[in-house]
Design a binder for this molecule. Sequence first.
Ligand SMILES: NC(=O)c1ccc[n+]([C@@H]2O[C@H](COP(=O)([O-])OP(=O)(O)OC[C@H]3O[C@@H](n4cnc5c(N)ncnc54)[C@H](OP(=O)(O)O)[C@@H]3O)[C@@H](O)[C@H]2O)c1
Length: 312
Amino acid sequence: MPPTLFYGTAIFGTPTIPSLTEAENVSKFLDEVHSLGITELDTAARYPPDNVGGSERLLGATKAGSSFTINTKVLIAGATGDGTLTKDAIRASVANSLKTLGVSKIGILYAHAPDNTTPLEEQAEAFNEQCEKGYCERIGVSNFPPAMLEKFLSICEEHNYIKPSIYQGEYNLARRDYEDTLFPLLRKHKIHFAAFSPLGGGFLTGKFTAGNAEGTRFGGPLGQRHRKVYDRPDFHNTINELKRIIEPLGISPTGAALRWLAYHSELNEEDGIILGASKIEQLEQNVKDIEQGPLPENVVEAIKAIKGAAAA
Ligand SMILES: NC(=O)c1ccc[n+]([C@@H]2O[C@H](COP(=O)([O-])OP(=O)(O)OC[C@H]3O[C@@H](n4cnc5c(N)ncnc54)[C@H](OP(=O)(O)O)[C@@H]3O)[C@@H](O)[C@H]2O)c1
């Protein structure tokens, strides 16, 4: 079985994707998402970064919580997470998310990013409080360095707090650093993993390498962070090398990236993949690709070699 598929709503409400700024369109879009068998949505108090809170507002306006489990993240208002995980900030963010989403309970409540200025003891206590009050089903952390997660877990154990049971991080065939640094810790503590940017924000579709970034999210203002990460000669080489192997087999770069993540990566069926398609046809294709099952052995071997080359 492949990992659970989540749909990520970080682009709901961004002026750069006008088709997903109005409740009526978003409602139709979400009906299609649901009909593809996806029942959990990923959002954040910060999404989209160019219209903070717009994603949660659209999910509330469309009553998405009546048919989906909604997972959200504590607000990061500035450039970093510093000062965002104090007890008061967590309380205020959760209260606002519940009200905006129009739900009595969040599925997974995540720390969106590390807060290096608030003691971890205070953060762990505050997340425990929100869960004990019944405001969330589970606790998760996102983007925490492994050593920080380890310390957070030991604080939870010491005080008998509810521990994070899921980690959200960037993981795809080009970004595999977590395989050595994080996964052993997650497996030891039975923490699941939700992979965001399974296509590197669009990079792994191959469009950018082929020079057609025009009109794509990756090529525009929203793609700035992803361009910083992926627009490197070795990653373009990865795409070209992959295409050389998969094109004769009739497999697209998008299909290879998603099938690798679903069947050949460190993920298992208890983990998740957060898809971020901006059009319903893309999402349909993503789901169809994953339904194709594992990749041919020579493609898997080629992807393994790509990791070795990138690390060398
Ligand atoms: N915790 C965090 O810090 C964090 C950070 C980032 C994301 N996330 C979560 O993860 C979710 C997904 O991330 P992501 O949006 O980066 O995911 P992604 O799946 O890597 O990228 C989605 C983009 O890929 C392109 N695409 C997808 N399917 C395609 C297809 N079949 N054909 C052509 N292009 C296709 C689209 O680009 P175009 O729109 O250009 O066509 C789409 O916008 C977010 O919504 C958010 O919930 C979390």
